[in-house]
Write a protein that binds this ligand. Structure first.
Ligand code: CO
Length: 210
């Protein structure tokens, strides 16, 4: 059986389900998207952005990569942020990590995993930065989960450090950057309460001034 024959019936069922509630849903969306949120999350198949927050197509602009990293020279992620902030004018950027993240776990180990070890490199920096706090935790699982949280905290700052976000704040565009963690074992989100919504909250080292 062709893959399309396997999966397309589910697609048809899904589209019909939405149309049965709202017949013009897709034709309306085809003209315009106006999401209020940009979601930056992990590629992990257990962390599906829209489903977790119960949002329909059109409500969430999404970028996902392994371990939800925001690296200043990743033009893929930066382009998503730029489009979301400058063109779509989203009000909120949500960086959402998850407990038990395989990418964070790989970065914590000294094992070799191939090319991806380069991508995950910045997580080792985070681990080094919070070495004392992490080593004080009782076991490996607790250290991994805390590093998953700390990784999100650093990515929230990383989003805020981009020229795109700082330019938006300079022109007084309302924009908040949030850090959340998702529990793959209970389906629940936790707000890390590290929201940034202005340049004054940034370390001056990372602040751009005119
Ligand atoms: Co992950």
């Amino acid at each position: 059986m062709k893959l399309s024959e396997q999966l397309f019936p589910h697609n048809r069922e899904w589209a019909d389900g939405i149309k049965s509630v709202d017949p013009t849903f897709f034709s309306r969306l085809a003209h315009q998207q106006a999401p209020e949120y940009l979601w930056i999350g992990c590629s992990d198949s257990r962390v599906p952005a829209n489903e977790i927050v119960g949002m329909l197509p059109g409500e969430l602009f999404v970028h996902r990569n392994v371990a939800n990293l925001v690296v200043q020279y990743d033009f893929n992620c930066l382009s998503v942020i730029q489009y979301a902030v400058d063109v779509l004018r989203v009000r909120h950027v949500i960086v959402c990590g998850h407990y038990g993240c395989g990418g964070v776990k790989a970065a914590m180990s000294s094992g070799k995993h191939g090319l991806i070890d380069n991508w995950l490199h910045s997580i080792k920096h985070t681990q080094a930065l919070y070495r004392d706090e992490l080593e004080a935790l009782p076991d490996e699982r607790a250290r991994l989960d805390r590093l998953c949280e700390l990784n999100v905290v650093r990515q929230v700052r990383s989003v805020a450090h981009t020229t795109v976000v700082q330019d938006a704040w300079d022109r007084r565009q309302a924009l908040s950057v949030h850090g959340w963690v998702y529990g793959i074992d209970d389906g629940l989100l936790k707000d890390l309460e590290v929201t940034l919504d202005g340049k004054s909250q940034l370390d001056p080292i990372y602040r751009f001034e005119d």
